[in-house]
Design a protein around this ligand. Structure first.
Ligand code: UGA
Length: 349
């Protein structure tokens, strides 16, 4: 199959390119950055175009036309960017992707769109604070693709602009599916980690993700910052597990993924952010710290201080992966500790 991957040079894209090449697919990748795929150039059937998708406006149609399937990973998965540069996030995450979707509609190409677990927003327990019997009950934070409501905060909390952009994009694909027979599949990844994760120093954004921030702090011997006490919870998913699922979606054996949305995450790996910091500190100390270096530590910071005004947190989100299990025959295999160890091993030299 000939696959066009937009955003092929990022953390997820680069792993996906490697997997699809290994499976014998022909891949055309587009990204502004080539560092993460450089080792793949000249191997297998990879054509890499190092350009900003916004600057290849006129080329997108011909790239789409030449492919059997388009995988669109164009996005800013960085909460600090949602707060500080909401318009940039909207343009990158909605406007650019809409153009790709419309090209797929016009040329009748299949589209695999990377959305986000962000679309679920807050848990029901947080949205209706205090009025539910047990806010710690996982039922109020377990999200399924075709049944759960998508609950976002107010407009003044611009953190939700990314979630809203991705949600609208999903709704547009659904509508194109109904009215124009667009064949699509949507992936909602839940907190992927692994080798080649962007660290703060690399990307320039003040806070790319908790795992990246904590890793950077450990490497510098600084305390890991816990936003509002680190009480929010996430399910961390190892990149190889996620790419395994996405490769099955791209292959779409028997058409099982046609017009389906998939949660891709590991419900068994839930942790509070404080628990994550403690685990990362322990793993770092045990496996990677130089003898005599400072013991890992944490410090508390308010959300306003860390992100600025306009932030509101997603308190808890657990993926319901029954659909991926059933339709893809997929099961995430990597536990949280192993995922953290492998992520760290790739970043600590
Ligand atoms: C982000 C993106 O918004 C999603 O689109 C993306 O799907 C998701 O990451 C992901 O990695 O899949 P979020 O889960 O909020 O969403 O990711 P983080 O930025 O890693 O934040 C997780 C939690 O850690 C939040 O409660 C945040 O306040 C906290 N945090 C973050 C800290 O306590 N300290 C830090 O240094 C950074």
């Amino acid at each position: 199959m000939k696959i066009l991957i937009l955003g092929a040079g990022g953390f997820i894209g680069s792993h996906l390119v490697e997997r699809l090449l290994a499976q014998g697919h022909r891949v055309v990748g587009v990204d502004t950055e080539a560092d993460k795929v450089r080792h793949l150039l000249g191997k297998g059937e990879l054509t890499f175009i190092q350009k900003d998708i916004r600057r290849v406006r006129t080329d997108v149609d011909s790239l789409v036309q030449a492919a059997d399937t388009v995988v669109d990973l164009i996005a800013y998965g960085t909460p600090s960017a949602y707060v500080r540069r909401p318009l940039d996030v909207f343009h990158r995450s909605f406007v650019e992707n809409l153009r790709v979707a419309e090209s797929c509609v016009a040329q009748r190409r299949r589209l695999v769109l990377f959305s986000s677990c962000e679309v679920y927003g807050k848990s029901l327990a947080a949205a209706f604070a205090g009025r539910l019997p047990d806010p710690d009950n996982p039922a109020y934070a377990t999200f399924s693709e075709d049944a759960s409501p998508l609950v976002l905060g107010p407009v003044g909390k611009q953190r939700w602009i990314y979630a809203c952009a991705k949600q609208l994009l999903e709704r547009v694909l659904h509508a194109y599916g109904i009215e124009d027979s667009l064949n699509y599949a949507i992936v909602r990844p839940f907190n992927l980690i692994g080798p080649k994760l962007d660290l703060p120093a690399v990307k320039g954004d003040p806070a790319p993700s908790a795992v990246a921030c904590f890793l950077a702090a450990l490497l510098k011997g600084e305390p890991m910052k816990l936003v509002d006490g680190g009480k929010s919870r996430r399910c961390y998913t190892y990149i190889d597990d996620a790419v395994d699922a996405v490769a099955r979606i791209v292959d779409n054996a028997g058409g099982v993924c046609d017009r389906q949305i998939f949660n891709i995450g590991n419900p068994a790996n839930e942790t509070t952010i404080r628990g994550l910091a403690e685990l990362m500190g322990a793993v770092y100390r045990e496996k990677f710290a130089k003898p005599g270096s400072k013991a890992p530590s944490t410090t508390d910071v308010s959300a306003a201080e860390f992100y600025g005004e306009g932030f509101e947190d997603a308190d808890r989100r657990i993926p319901d992966i029954a659909k991926a299990r059933k339709l893809l025959g997929w099961e995430p295999k990597t536990g949280l500790r192993e995922a953290v160890e492998k992520t760290m091993a790739s970043c600590v030299r």
